[in-house]
Design a protein around this ligand. Structure first.
Ligand SMILES: *Cc1c(COP(=O)(O)O)cnc(C)c1O
Length: 610
């Protein structure tokens, strides 16, 4: 892990007069009395685990030196020729003090979102420059890259580049070996005095310097009055919000999943009584859009319950199956078993169809079973068995139900909003899911998407549960625009934001992103000689049950704790008497996060195979 950061702060800042008449650019305060740029930067670095900060000084050096006296682990190194040289000279003055170290390199006049630092530190490539979409600051350094996102060229002049990938932010991660190479060309080249560090990066681009682009990155450089105005209006307020963010942990458990910053913040709202009409609008939006992901709002409707996903499953089973009915539970994982336990609790009639946890269903055999047991009226199936990652085929079972006039109930908790589902064509009457898995919201809302006709038929059923009464919840909301009982207000705001993000991304693209992380996972498992339970052709590519290795030193709890300390949460197994553990690849994460996880996993396995 990177521990050292270098801030290049020697420049004169002449374009920002009169602010820089008597002080260097880094001491600029966006508003008087607020922290200066350099103080914000130091805070960002320290919050991300950087313990050694070196400021390269020049113009008005005493400002930085006084500041450094008051902050532990911050030191200054002076660049005597700062007035006549470029930023490379300053970096090279610092070089002897950072021999053998990887560093973060920053410019002193940046105002930026702290998450950029985190993404660079955790990036799996050793040399990375941070980029964004062009900001229109009129002082952009544009970037040209190779097909594999490596740096080719940097220039302020568009005509010097073949194509423009983005704008250079001014925050980079440089490996010790790249720094050695920079030192070498600095010594060899007599032109160096004019160079900025960017020139050295371009000269060494053949050594693979990855360009990591965060398209909508919140940042700006402050070089003139106009930039300062932009910083005040647009960037600073956003950064003020982002500054207080909790550290980002990567959840690789099968829900709750990692959420976006916007989803976390969506929970912060003025207090509101949920019986107000404006809150009814939030719930209506949520219900309508949740339906739209898998069906149409004409014939289908979403019924929302406060509670986890199991509440939604329990609401269906207790509300839909009458005393004369018989439910067939397809059981090939722990969540099928859970439905059996719910039925036992409420004395709901059921028969089990047991199938191995580790193999695809035999659909012909399932159909035969249904034909023999003519008293079956309903079929319940788990779409993605979260126990293992075994994917059951909704279309085939939906067809069987359709042919035999059976009501089809699906627990789609861990597939909804990632694996495309179409309730009308797949003949699904009731589907259960929750707010905290692939929809990427906060935990606390279980929901049932129902075919309205099928739900109307439950109107006069004798209720088994008072609270989880599907028809009553549906009917009350339709009539009043309110929830029967107090809903989790803040969780609804988060879910509203999560839905907007899911719509923006699109379900197919989301599944594609998940699958890319999964491919990285599977490649890493192969390299570690670890085997997974479900054959690839029946795999949901969302959660993977992995056999524990045949190594006496292996200990799940130790592995969990070590990974947890590095910011990754993994999950124990649940496959009968097999020794497994599980890794999910859902939520607001990408393949880069998964690559970093694999790195951490390899470190654990290296340790136990010594
Ligand atoms: C997560 C999940 C549930 C619900 O679990 P809760 O802890 O109640 O949220 C139900 N079924 C499946 C298949 C799941 O993955």
């Amino acid at each position: 892990m990177i521990k050292t950061a270098v801030i290049l702060a020697a420049g004169l800042g002449s374009r920002l007069r009169p602010y820089t008449d008597t002080q260097p650019k880094g001491f600029l305060q966006i508003y008087e009395g607020n922290p200066s740029l350099i103080e914000l930067s130091i805070e960002a670095l320290q919050k991300n685990g950087i313990t050694n900060i070196i400021i390269g000084t020049g113009y008005c050096r005493s400002y930085y030196e006084d500041l450094a006296k008051g902050i532990p682990n911050v030191t200054c190194i002076h660049s005597p020729k700062y007035a006549s040289t470029g930023s490379l000279e300053t970096l090279m003055q610092i070089y002897p003090h950072i021999l053998g170290e990887d560093i973060l390199l920053l410019e002193s006049d940046l105002l930026y979102d702290y998450n950029g630092i985190r993404e660079l530190i955790w990036h799996c490539e050793p040399n990375v420059v941070l980029a964004s979409n062009p900001t229109n600051s009129k002082d952009e350094v544009y970037i040209e890259i190779t097909d594999s996102s490596n740096l080719i060229n940097l220039s302020k002049n568009i005509t010097e580049l073949k194509s423009i990938y983005g704008e250079l932010v001014g925050i980079s991660k440089l490996s010790a070996s790249l720094l050695d190479s920079i030192y070498k060309i600095y010594n060899e080249n007599s032109e160096w005095t004019k160079w900025d560090y960017e020139n050295a990066l371009v000269a060494l681009a053949h050594q693979n310097i990855f360009v990591h682009k965060i398209p909508q990155y919140t940042w700006c450089e402050i070089d003139n009055e106009e930039h300062l105005e932009f910083a005040r209006k647009t960037i600073y307020p956003r950064i003020q919000l982002l500054r207080d963010l909790p550290k980002r942990d990567i959840l690789l458990n099968p829900g709750p999943a990692t959420t976006s910053t916007a989803v976390k913040y969506a929970q912060i709202q003025p207090d509101i009584c949920p019986r107000e009409e404006t809150f009814g609008d939030v719930m209506r939006f949520v219900a309508t859009e949740l339906t739209r992901f898998v069906a149409n709002n004409e014939h289908y409707s979403t019924v929302l319950f406060p509670g986890s996903g199991t509440a939604a499953v329990e609401a269906i089973l207790t509300s839909v199956i009458k005393n004369r009915d018989t439910l067939l539970i397809v059981h090939n994982g722990a969540y099928g078993k859970r439905m059996q336990e719910i039925c036992d609790t409420y004395s709901i009639n059921y028969v089990m169809y047991d199938s191995p946890y580790t193999k695809a269903l035999d659909y012909n055999d399932l159909e035969k079973f249904i034909l023999i047991n003519r008293h079956i009226t309903h079929v319940a199936l788990v779409h993605n068995e979260t126990t293992t990652g075994l994917l059951n085929d909704l279309s085939i079972v939906g067809d069987i139900c359709h042919k035999n006039n059976l009501t089809f109930i699906v627990d789609a908790m861990s597939s909804y909003a990632a694996i495309p589902i179409d309730m009308p064509t797949q003949n699904i009457h009731f589907l259960a899911a929750s707010s905290n898995k692939n929809i990427q919201g906060m935990a606390g809302i279980g929901f049932v998407i129902t075919n309205k006709n099928s739900l109307e038929q439950c109107k006069n059923h004798k209720r088994k549960s008072y609270y989880l009464d599907l028809y009553a919840q549906y009917d009350y909301f339709n009539k009043t625009g309110q929830s029967r009982f107090t809903p989790p207000v803040q969780t609804f705001y988060a879910l509203q934001q999560a839905i907007i993000e899911a719509k923006n991304e699109g379900i197919i693209n989301r599944y594609q992103r998940y699958k890319e992380s999964w491919e990285v996972l599977i490649t890493g498992l192969k390299e570690l000689n670890l085997e997974w339970v479900i054959p690839l052709e029946h795999h949901s590519k969302i959660i993977t049950a992995i056999y524990e290795p045949d190594n006496k030193k292996f200990n799940f709890t130790e592995m969990h704790d070590e990974l947890f300390s590095k910011g990754f949460t993994i999950y124990p197994g649940k496959v009968g008497n097999l020794s497994t553990f599980r890794i999910a690849n859902i939520g607001d994460i990408n393949k880069n996060d998964m690559q970093n996880f694999i790195k951490a996993l390899k470190a654990y396995f290296n340790k136990i195979s010594e």
